[in-house]
Ligand binder design. Structure first.
Ligand SMILES: Nc1ncnc2c1ncn2[C@@H]1O[C@H](COP(=O)(O)OP(=O)(O)O)[C@@H](O)[C@H]1O
Ligand SMILES: Nc1ccn([C@H]2C[C@H](O)[C@@H](COP(=O)(O)OP(=O)(O)O)O2)c(=O)n1
Length: 653
């Protein structure tokens, strides 16, 4: 499984230009395709879902042409030219739910009896309901055949004359059904007006407002009576506005605004603001109820943390911002008590069952989550656990969980490419406003001076210090004490996974015993280098080593700090010295401690350990291309420390 590891963050601040709105891009593409005249669409989002819509209109015979970053769409004047097509809609709910009604109107009165348009998607799309929309179209006279399970894609559309003046559609499953009918309505209401009645409470109303707004931009007026009846007067045609610029995506803005609120800020999103037609800009109001400071401009919004530093718990009806609400579920981890997200039942029929998915993943971080049919309550833990987040092919799950890193833990996001649905550049853009907890990684062979230099550098910088070699030594000591063989990989990995060890006031404690001296014994040195070749032992210590990355920063020393454990370390040093210099240092260390030592034995031992450390299959000791070489053979400790501090000075906040 592909994954991306996101490091713990200290803060988030900066400015982000939002990618184009998915909701607007896909509506504009279809309206421009159906309109009379050419439309130049600017700032169009380029993502999986918009490619689906672009592919679909082209398959239906509409011509498009790229002009720099814009797309020119040659409108077909209301009837798609090509009505024999097989269209793949991926997992784009908006695409299929708006294409089907539009295609059905083109098939009305189509003379070609062989005309047929088939639509299918990914397996999840075939579980997403469309029956209510099709029922509405059948009331108009449409011919729709189910190709799989009744009520779900795939389906086939065939020629049939449309004619009714009234149609009703359910509004409480997905507002996309209404959007689909509305966008197709002027193509049906040629001679007589068409009335659309909404059964049940209409959810996600702001998305319908986007639809009405854009239809108006293309010259079609809809009369609205409350939110239950929409009348489309007769004889209206879609006419191109010439050019249209797509606003920045307000749902995407939610991740960056939340980052500003949770990570200090300010974070400014540019492309959607006070004048936006997207309901999701109201996410900023929800953040404000948590205490975040929000500033509005016409086309930008800025968020920063409350001056008190603490975000308040909330209990909110989020029916109007279902997509951005997922971001609030993660923000709830940072609140001062349990928060409830209400009226979000539509989450159940999205890319995945989002209520179940969010609950499962929030629990991995340590939260207590209560799930209800249409709401969830999130109680934050005292501190967030590092977690491996599954994403269920849902771009929003992937994006919103990146925010948990502002609470201190590492977060691994599985299948991160699912963000391609709406924002392929998400993780790079997020990294652009994020300040990770800095790391100085010092790797090198035995007795090169890593421990000595690392401890001094950590003290000067005020950073934590990780002596990773000590962890391997403790595993060896624990194994020796339990009589576990040093090649019994499974037993050693269980020891490493549950190592009852602590570092406190310069002492190393194992099961509460002071083992500071014991782990430096010859037996432990040899034992450590033997257990360190075992992949299962290294895996078992992986997250433990990462957990030291906290506070103002970390100096980590060992063999694979820069290559495996902290590949994104801001400073990587490869510390070395000649074998002779290192043997002499060890000799001196042992003599000073009153222990017996022989130069020849020490040299032999160093050669052997160097060979074992650098020749093992997993995480071998070797200087990475990105590590700075520092040979300490002829320099003092102070000179070595100065060298590292000079390179690390930029990391200090
Ligand atoms: N230039 C130098 N840089 C680092 N250590 C040095 C240097 N010169 C002498 N030493 C001594 O060498 C020894 C290095 O041991 P240590 O720090 O335990 O190495 P390591 O952690 O790499 O095994 C220490 O006793 C240290 O005082
Ligand atoms: N990140 C690390 C740290 C140490 N090791 C191995 C390498 C060594 O043989 C042992 C002990 O490491 P330590 O740094 O304490 O050893 P030295 O004192 O430098 O000889 O663990 C490792 O494989 N990966």
């Amino acid at each position: 499984m592909e994954f991306i590891d996101l490091p713990p963050l200290q803060k988030a601040a900066g400015s982000v230009r939002l990618p184009g709105s998915k909701s607007i891009s896909n509506r504009v593409l279809l309206l421009a395709a159906l309109a009379e005249g050419e439309t130049l669409v600017e700032d169009l989002l380029d993502s999986d879902d918009t490619r689906v819509m672009r592919g679909a209109i082209v398959a239906l015979g509409v011509k498009t042409m790229e002009e720099g970053k814009a797309l020119r769409v040659f409108g077909c004047g209301g009837r798609f030219p090509k009505l024999k097509a097989d269209i793949f809609v991926g997992n784009s709910g908006l695409s299929i739910r708006t294409l089907v009604p539009a295609i059905v109107t083109s098939l009305s009165g189509c003379a070609d009896v062989d005309a047929e348009v088939r639509l299918s998607g990914v397996p999840r799309m075939h579980e997403r309901p469309i029956g209510d929309l099709v029922d509405g179209l059948k009331q108009l006279g449409a011919c729709v055949e189910w190709l799989g399970q009744e009520g779900y894609p795939p389906l086939a559309l065939k020629p049939a004359l449309l004619g009714a003046e009234r149609v009703s559609v359910r509004g409480n499953v997905s507002s996309q059904f209404l959007t689909g009918l509305l966008q197709a309505a002027p193509l049906v209401a040629r001679d007589k007006p068409l009335t659309i009645d909404v059964e049940g409470e209409l959810i996600s109303r702001p998305y319908v407002e986007i639809t009405l707004n854009l239809m108006e931009r293309f010259g079609v007026i809809v009369q609205r009576e409350g939110w239950n009846r929409f009348v489309v007067p007769a004889a209206q045609r879609y006419v191109s506005p010439g050019r249209i610029a797509v606003e920045g995506d307000a749902s995407t803005a939610s991740y960056f605004l939340a980052a500003g609120a949770l990570g200090g800020g300010p974070v400014r999103v540019v492309g959607a603001g006070r004048k936006s037609i997207q309901g999701d800009v109201k996410f900023a109001d929800a953040l404000a109820t948590m205490g975040a400071e929000i500033t509005w401009g016409d086309d930008w919004i800025e968020a920063r943390a409350p001056t008190s530093g603490k975000l308040k718990a909330f209990d909110l009806d989020l029916n109007h911002i279902p997509d951005a609400a997922m971001t609030l579920a993660v923000a709830a981890l940072f609140a001062d008590g349990p928060s409830t997200l209400r009226n979000i039942g539509s989450w159940r029929v999205k890319e995945t069952d989002r209520i179940a998915a969010m609950a499962t993943e929030l629990r991995k971080l340590g939260a207590t989550v209560e799930e209800f049919p249409e709401s969830i309550t999130v109680t934050p833990p005292a501190g967030l656990n590092p977690a491996v987040i599954d994403t269920y092919e849902d771009h929003r799950v992937a994006m919103c969980f990146s925010l948990a890193t502002l609470g201190g833990p590492y977060v691994r996001i599985n299948d991160p490419r699912c963000v391609n649905k709406t924002f392929p550049e998400y993780f790079t853009t997020f990294a652009g406003i994020a300040t990770p907890v800095p790391v100085v990684a010092i790797d090198g062979p035995s007795a090169s001076g890593k421990g000595t230099v690392g401890a001094l550098v950590a003290r000067i910088l005020g950073f934590e210090h990780l002596d990773s070699g000590a962890l391997y030594r403790i595993v060896a000591l624990a194994a020796l004490r339990k009589g576990v063989a040093l090649d019994d990989e499974t037993s050693l990995a269980s020891i490493a996974a549950a190592l009852p060890a602590r570092f406190e006031d310069g002492l190393v404690l194992l099961d509460g015993d002071d083992v500071t001296e014991a782990i430096r014994s010859e037996a432990c040195s040899v034992g450590a280098s033997r257990v360190a070749v075992l992949p299962a032992v290294r895996d078992a210590l992986f997250w433990r080593q990462r957990s030291y990355r906290t506070g103002s920063g970390l100096v980590a020393e060992g063999r694979d700090m820069g290559s495996v454990i902290f590949p994104d370390a801001g400073v990587k040093i490869f510390l070395t010295a000649s074998v002779e210099a290192r043997a002499e240092r060890r000799y001196k260390q042992l003599i000073d401690k009153g222990m017996a030592a022989k130069m020849d034995d020490l040299l032999k031992d160093l050669y052997e350990r160097d060979a074992r450390d650098s020749q093992r299959a997993v995480a071998p000791l070797k200087r990475g291309d990105d590590a700075v070489l520092l040979d300490t053979s002829g320099i003092t400790v102070q000179q070595a420390v100065d060298f590292v501090i000079e390179r690390a000075s930029s990391l200090r906040n």
